[in-house]
Design a protein around this ligand. Structure first.
Ligand code: ZN
Ligand code: ZN
Length: 166
């Protein structure tokens, strides 16, 4: 995936609109019980991207403190009117990295998962495609991220003291 692409997204009522100004760092398909509960579905698709690469085009999300599996909590940015969740930040990483909900993009098909995580609690009827990495819990970023994303992560850590995303 090249870096010079943009991706626009919106909530359901259209009050909040945003643009990812580049491709994300990596796309997680998370099958953990927490994501299942928060989405009411079998998994969530999150595109991880530096916060400064997400431009608000309209509206102002409200940020809701929500418990997380790590115990550090997550902040979910939601439309103040329709309450659809647009992205999350996790406690460890502060606001440096956003986990953009791929389903809120206008063209979500453009960002298929780079990895399936927490497959230990995957719904049994979800059949994973061959060729995409899948791990039972979390994973070693150095092992799976492309070199360009690891470089971006180094730059991010240099700017802010970021710990590993939850
Ligand atoms: Zn809305
Ligand atoms: Zn999860």
């Amino acid at each position: 995936m090249t870096d010079n692409q943009t991706f626009e997204g919106r909530c359901t009522c259209g009050e909040v609109r945003y643009r990812m100004t580049t491709a994300p760092l990596f796309v997680h398909c998370c099958h953990c019980r927490w994501c299942q509960r928060e989405t009411g579905s079998a998994f969530v698709l999150n595109a991880m991207i530096e916060a400064e690469r997400v431009e608000l085009l309209a509206g102002t999300p409200v940020v809701i403190d929500t418990p997380s599996n790590s115990g550090k909590g997550q902040k979910i940015a939601r439309c103040p009117t329709c309450q659809v969740a647009l992205w999350s930040n996790y406690g460890g990483g502060g606001d440096a990295v956003r986990f953009v909900r791929v389903g809120t993009l206008l063209e979500p098909d453009r960002l298929p998962p780079d990895i399936h995580i927490y497959t230990s609690t995957k719904q049994p009827w979800v059949i994973l495609p061959p060729g995409t990495p899948a791990v039972a819990e979390f994973y070693d970023l150095e092992k799976y991220w492309p070199a360009a994303s690891l470089e971006r992560r180094v730059a991010l850590r240099a700017r802010r003291n970021v710990t590993r995303p939850a």
